[in-house]
Design a protein around this ligand. Structure first.
Ligand SMILES: C[S@@+](CC[C@H](N)C(=O)[O-])C[C@H]1O[C@@H](n2cnc3c(N)ncnc32)[C@H](O)[C@@H]1O
Length: 259
């Protein structure tokens, strides 16, 4: 019988959550927010003048960020380990290059891209392995940028909602949402951007169903949780009357590769 320590259990839970997203791929694509254009511009600024500008969307999921990068006319490759997420991406963004792979084993040659963007996913990576791997595929002077959409829980109802929903992606828990210091990269630069997303009680409840703390629960637990979230949103004056705006803060950490 293996002897599991508390840190083994945490690592197992982390791995389960990292692999959980495919179970709700279509809802993810329908309900998760996009990123502000100013945040994407900040992410790419160190290499913005390059043409062609080759960008890797790493942990691309269903292609939220990929779509924005394609719209900007960039030369984009998506890499995503989860087949259900990747299928959703390919179904929505026909013709895009979407490769199976992970941050720890990127299926690209050395010096292949000018920027690596990571939306809402850097915290899932084994960074001791992923950061040298990202540095390997970047061209000299290339940039790594990690973006997170965080519910702005400085707003009272958002704090209450995030608590009931058990969400970790909230502004008050933003510390650690950044690129750690690493010998392969110059010092990170951090910037925050206001963002918002039009929602209804039904769509915000569906969004909660796409978050990993929800996805690793049993079906009965998920149903009970989503019932509590929906009841809160339908009973709260700020969110009960049809469409409302969910306030978000998008935080971006960018670091230029040291080579
Ligand atoms: C919250 S989703 C973000 C998806 C997308 N980037 C976005 O902005 O909507 C996290 C994604 O990270 C992927 N992921 C988890 N661990 C990973 C790893 N080690 N390497 C690459 N991707 C990983 C998951 O499969 C999932 O698609």
């Amino acid at each position: 019988m293996p002897d599991f320590t508390p840190s083994d259990r945490l690592a197992t839970e982390h791995a389960r959550r990292a692999r959980s997203f495919g179970a709700a791929a279509a809802d993810y694509a329908d309900h998760r927010p996009d990123y502000p254009e100013a945040a994407v511009s900040f992410a790419l600024a160190p290499v913005a003048a390059r043409r062609p500008l080759r960008v890797l969307d790493l942990a691309a999921g269903t292609g939220k960020l990929t779509e924005q990068l394609l719209r900007a006319g960039l030369d984009v490759i998506a890499v995503e380990p989860d087949a259900a997420m990747r299928d959703e991406l390919v179904g929505r963004l026909r013709g895009v290059v979407a490769l199976p792979g992970s941050a720890e084993a990127i299926p690209l040659p050395d010096n292949r891209v000018d920027a690596v963007l990571v939306g809402q996913a850097l915290h899932w990576f084994d960074l001791d392995r992923a950061l040298p791997e990202i540095a390997r595929v970047l061209t000299p002077g290339g940039v790594l940028a990690a973006l997170w959409n965080l519910d702005d829980d400085r707003v009272d109802w958002v704090a209450e909602f995030a608590e009931i929903a058990g969400l970790g992606v909230r502004y008050s828990l933003r510390s650690g949402r950044s690129i750690p210091a690493h010998a392969d990269f110059q010092e990170q630069e951090l910037r925050e951007f206001s963002h918002k997303q039009p929602r209804t009680a039904a769509s915000l409840t569906a969004t909660v169903g796409t978050h990993s703390p929800t996805l690793v629960r049993t079906p009965d637990e998920q149903q009970a949780l989503l019932g509590r979230v929906r009841a809160y949103l339908e009973g709260n004056p700020a969110t009960a009357g049809g469409e409302f705006e969910l306030p978000l803060v998008t935080t971006v950490s960018r670091a230029v590769v040291g080579k």
